[in-house]
Write a protein that binds this ligand. Structure first.
Ligand code: HEM
Length: 190
């Protein structure tokens, strides 16, 4: 059985965390913008395929990560003020929720609008649900809002992690970083 300090998340949990963060950021950067007509112009095919592929990877990672979380050991939580503990839990639950809601609204919106999912390498996944164009457009708009929301929330979450490290000087940020990142040492082994 793997031996590791209880002050940090395990290697697999950390890998899931940072890979998710990178993929969410890339999916945002390569997100097609504008009306449905614009998004589905042939000139935007590559960017849209890249965005959809990244989005499906985020969804697959979220599923695997939650399954892994059920099996994995977690570091002992830092002793925090009650409001901080509750708000950090709420942000984490919201982030997990958005990791599912963002790709699922994209898939539902595209399918209801009558578009297959188009992935890198020319792979297409045809709609598995009926056509309802108006509802599809609305859900696609909700997807765009949620896509912005996950970035804002992740920014807040990252700022909180940095605040923990620089101001509270506790081990919260280090708990999600591999040992080789030269940011400081975790001394306590709770
Ligand atoms: C899109 C970007 C991100 C997403 C979606 C995300 C999501 C999450 C989620 C869902 C957790 C809870 C993990 C669990 O308990 O299973 C978490 C924990 C954590 N994240 Fe992020 N994160 C992102 C970016 C960042 C960044 C940029 C930082 C640091 C600057 C960061 C630092 C942390 C830390 C320190 C924890 C552990 C918090 C604790 O145990 O209280 N995250 N993150």
């Amino acid at each position: 059985m793997e031996q590791r300090s209880l002050t940090r998340f395990g290697n697999v949990a950390q890998a899931f965390h940072w890979l998710t963060a990178i993929l969410v950021l890339l999916a945002f950067v390569f997100g097609p913008e504008g009306s449905e007509q614009r998004v589905y112009l042939p000139a935007g095919d590559f960017e849209r395929q890249l965005h959809e592929t990244l989005g499906l990877c985020v969804l697959a990672l979220a599923v695997l990560r939650l399954l892994w979380r059920m099996l994995d050991r977690r570091p002992e939580p830092e002793p925090l003020a009650r409001w901080m503990e509750l708000s950090s839990k709420a942000v984490q639950v919201a982030l997990y929720g958005l990791l599912f809601a963002v790709p699922l609204t994209a898939i539902t919106g595209a399918w209801l609008e009558g578009h297959p999912l188009t992935l890198l390498g020319g792979l297409q996944i045809a709609s598995l649900i009926g056509l309802s164009h108006g509802i599809g457009v609305t859900i696609a708009e909700i997807h765009a809002w949620l896509g912005d929301a996950i970035l804002w929330l992740a920014g807040l979450h990252a700022a909180a992690a940095i605040y923990h490290h620089l101001v509270l000087k506790d081990g919260v940020l280090l708990s999600m970083l591999p040992r080789w990142v030269p940011l400081g040492k975790l001394t306590a082994t709770r």
